[in-house]
Design a protein around this ligand. Structure first.
Ligand SMILES: [Zn+2]
Ligand SMILES: [Zn+2]
Length: 333
């Protein structure tokens, strides 16, 4: 499913297209894609909130598949092995950020389904070093949402500095939020959810949130940590007002509408911190996958055939989707 030009998802801009199979360069592997989850970032790529890097492009950066061709020099992975591909697909490995374990800030980073073709396709290519081994616990559909919703959500949770047994407020209850809520609860934390969609509130209640509502103002307590998953800047002051002294607000989105002016005393003073979140490191990915298998996390998914990628993304944009949308691509999983 190829994007030729930036366009609103309502115009169904992804077109089914026959392309020759790609072949892996040295150090790369090729996957026969089984599933690929959809993500709000795909919408930002398609609709142009993120400046275009490659057009035409095949979106998709939560890819589960089986290695079917090895490039020269690959030693870690084997043909037939199941792996996952995530958003981060290249870093320089030499700069100060890479050396300090913050490769998510590397200037040379490149992303799957944005700088290079992604997983809305039957074949995908990735550097061997950026492919993740996937725990057996998860089927091809369940594993896909872990690769972005899970990994980036996990980094957002780390950046929220949630204390043991603390109170976590979550704004927006889409695919990342519903994965991360399971980790927080597993750690004995109370989860408070603010979200507009009634079906999202219902899912949050079912999953064991101690409080679920439509507006931050109604939340009965101040949270120790908060994560905003919704790309809505107007949530920032409201979330900060509902944060305990010394608390941390983590902003999980790659894109956010402008943050309105806010009152220093009510929103920022008392050592409340705001942490933005930029992609993830490979270490975050490995930690998330290990935690997911141990808990185990159970992603809620809605599946669509690959050919219906436009409809899946339209459902995501219109908040008609609970959990994560997953495209079924190859062999029936
Ligand atoms: Zn670097
Ligand atoms: Zn994503």
């Amino acid at each position: 499913m190829v994007l030729e030009d930036i366009a609103p998802i309502e115009s169904s801009p992804l077109r089914p297209t026959e392309l020759p199979d790609p072949h892996p360069a040295p150090g790369e592997v090729r996957l026969a894609v089984h599933t690929c989850a959809i993500c709000r970032t795909d919408l930002h790529v398609i609709e142009g909130e993120l400046p275009p890097q490659k057009l035409p492009v095949i979106p998709g950066h939560q890819i589960v598949g089986v290695v079917d061709e090895l490039g020269a020099g690959c030693t870690r992975l084997k043909v037939g092995q199941r792996v996952g591909v995530a958003w981060l697909r290249h870093t320089c490995g030499r700069c100060g950020f890479c050396a300090a374990g913050r490769e998510n800030l590397c200037e040379a980073q490149r992303f799957t389904g944005y700088h290079a073709d992604g997983g809305y396709a039957e074949r995908a290519v990735v550097a061997e070093d950026f492919a993740y081994e996937l725990p057996e616990t998860f089927g091809d559909v369940e594993a896909a949402p872990l690769l972005c919703a899970g990994i980036v959500g996990y980094r957002a949770l780390k950046r929220a500095e949630l204390p043991a047994g603390g109170k976590l407020a979550i704004y927006g209850f889409g695919s990342s939020a519903h994965v991360i809520a399971q980790i927080a609860m597993h750690r004995g934390c109370d989860v408070y959810v603010v979200t507009r969609g009634e079906s999202h509130r219902e899912l949050a209640r079912q999953m064991g949130a101690v409080w679920v509502g439509e507006r931050a103002d109604d939340m009965p307590v101040r949270a120790d940590s908060a994560i905003i998953f919704a790309p809505a800047g107007e949530l920032v002051p409201a979330a900060l007002e509902k944060l305990e002294k010394g608390g941390t607000l983590s902003l999980a989105g790659i894109y956010m509408t402008p943050i309105p002016e806010m009152d220093y005393e009510r929103c920022v003073f008392y050592e409340r911190d705001i942490h933005s979140v930029t992609a993830n490191t490979r270490a975050d990915g490995r930690e998330l996958l290990a935690a997911a298998a141990e808990i185990p996390i159970r992603p809620h998914t809605t599946t669509y055939p690959l050919a219906e990628a436009n409809r899946a993304l339209q459902d995501l944009k219109a908040d008609r989707l609970n959990g994560t949308g997953v495209l079924l691509v190859g062999r029936d999983p």
